[in-house]
Design a protein around this ligand. Structure first.
Ligand SMILES: Cc1cc2nc3c(=O)[nH]c(=O)nc-3n(C[C@H](O)[C@H](O)[C@H](O)COP(=O)(O)OP(=O)(O)OC[C@H]3O[C@@H](n4cnc5c(N)ncnc54)[C@H](O)[C@@H]3O)c2cc1C
Length: 449
């Protein structure tokens, strides 16, 4: 691709998108209205204390209990900023402790509700319908990760099947939205569910991927059948690296079975933070070319990866070489290279770009346009709660958007919530840069070499 032309197009798209932002509620992080998160972003100790607190909230039985935990964690922070010292002073009396506990419980719930669209799929329907009305498709994710028994895996599979049963008729009753329902490959299912293999089997282990794969296969096969019968899409999320092999093998082997040749529409995830992701893409593309599925080409959702801290700590603790890029710009450059390769591989695959980074998203749109693709031929995905403004801005510009919408209760949602908060406050995150006022020119600049 002609680089100067691509850069010009990225700048055009990026400025157009940035202009569409202020018409919504304003700043992604400011919109979260979490002063605590602002403080946390600046202080590692405070950040750690808040994450430990968020983790224990669901187990607390009363406001006093909550306050005791909060104070316990915050007490470990050495240089307390003034709002924190004020909270600690409040906790000196019984009444103050109860008030502090109630206020902190309310903030955690408030925070969780920005990311979680309902306690179950039925409760989520009004939000999903509102998004569809605003020209935003969704993928529903049932919260609850890492299953430890077969009974739990069966229960998760049953919840997924029940979710498809609720979502498919509900979406069928919604008004038509041509942009969200067809691309040049064919029909795009309205109902879309994201599932996690770690919840479909208790046997997922890096050292024995075949065990986890074989144990999850019957449950995933049933879900594929259900999705096919209901005309829904099933997306298989990617988790930490230790499960990648099992997940990839499982999905690619099942979708190659003759009964799934013509459906359902299904997808996998490619994580650009992994150094070996270009080789993983080779493998996926070889599979896609050798396994044509007419009208239901494999959807590849490109992400950077949500387990960066985990992968670094895990590798270092074992003395292994770190499998993820350790420089943010290297990860961003790889994301752009993979975007270009995925787009060139169409129609063997359908492409979904999942990012809140204005540069990464503008690059994908620009790249598609310069390759002569129609805007309908690339899906742009955002996370509910983090990418709401970007999602609406993209939809306003007539681009095809899907929001990933977690469903479940607060207890099940804690791991998810903590990951999102880590993302929100990480120094090297695009959202952090945007929130701290980094100018648009720098936000849209090519990742440094
Ligand atoms: C719709 C949707 C679905 C998703 N599904 C999945 C999924 O199935 N599996 C999954 O793992 N993730 C998933 N994610 C999360 C995604 O991987 C990213 O964590 C998140 O979107 C942040 O990336 P960004 O491009 O939005 O932001 P950016 O701020 O541009 O990038 C942040 C990301 O850069 C990477 N990074 C941070 N610091 C460094 C560093 N020092 N060196 C190298 N890389 C670094 C990390 O991956 C971090 O998450 C999904 C995201 C979306 C929007």
């Amino acid at each position: 691709m002609h680089r100067p032309a691509l850069e010009r197009e990225i700048q055009l798209v990026g400025h157009e998108l940035a202009k569409a932002f202020p018409s919504r509620r304003g700043h992604p992080i400011r919109a979260l209205d979490e002063r605590a998160m602002d403080l946390a972003a600046r202080d590692e100790e405070l950040r750690a204390a808040l994450f430990r607190f968020v983790d224990v909230v669901p187990a607390c039985r009363s406001a006093g209990d909550l306050a005791t935990h909060l104070i316990g964690f915050l007490d470990e922070v050495h240089d307390q900023p003034p709002p924190l010292s004020a909270a600690m002073r409040m906790a000196c009396s019984g009444a103050g402790r109860a008030a502090l506990g109630a206020a902190s419980a309310a903030s955690v719930r408030h925070m969780a509700h920005r990311f979680i669209v309902g306690s179950d799929p039925r409760a989520a329907l009004p939000t999903l319908a509102r998004l569809w009305h605003d020209a935003i498709a969704t993928s529903v994710d049932l919260l609850g990760e890492a299953t430890v028994t077969a009974v739990e895996a069966d229960r998760y599979a049953a919840r997924c099947a029940a979710a498809l049963d609720v979502l498919a008729p509900a979406y069928a009753a919604m008004d038509p939205h041509p942009l969200l329902e067809r691309d040049s490959v064919g029909v795009l299912p309205r109902a879309n569910l994201s599932v996690k293999v770690s919840a479909l089997t208790p046997l997922l282990r890096a050292e024995a991927p075949a065990r986890g794969r074989d144990d999850a296969a019957p449950r995933l096969r049933e879900l594929l059948r259900r999705a096919d019968a209901l005309g829904a899409h099933l997306h298989i999320d990617m988790e930490s690296l230790d499960s990648r092999e099992a997940v990839l093998e499982l999905v690619l082997e099942l979708l190659a079975e003759p009964e799934f040749e013509r459906g359902p529409s299904a997808g996998i995830v490619l994580q650009a933070y992994l150094r070996d992701s270009p080789e993983t893409l080779d493998r996926v593309l070889d599979w896609a070319r050798a396994t044509p599925r007419p009208g239901v080409a494999l959807v590849v959702r490109l992400v950077k990866g949500a387990y960066w801290d985990h992968e670094v700590v895990e590798a270092r603790s074992h003395g292994w070489s770190v499998p993820v890029f350790e420089e943010k710009a290297a990860c961003d450059r790889n994301f752009e290279t993979l975007t270009e390769r995925l787009m060139q591989a169409r129609p063997a695959v359908r492409v979904a770009i999942a990012s809140h980074n204005l540069r990464s998203v503008s690059h994908a749109i620009a790249c598609n346009r310069l390759q002569g693709g129609s805007d309908a031929d690339v899906e742009l995905q955002v996370l509910r709660g983090l990418g709401d403004d970007l999602g609406h801005a993209l939809a306003t510009l007539g681009l095809r958007v899907r929001a990933y919408c977690p469903v479940g209760d607060l207890v099940a949602g804690m791991a998810y919530l903590v990951r999102r908060l880590l993302e929100n406050t990480a120094n090297e995150s695009f959202l952090h840069d945007q929130a701290t006022g980094v100018p648009l020119e720098l936000l849209l600049a090519p990742p440094a070499t």
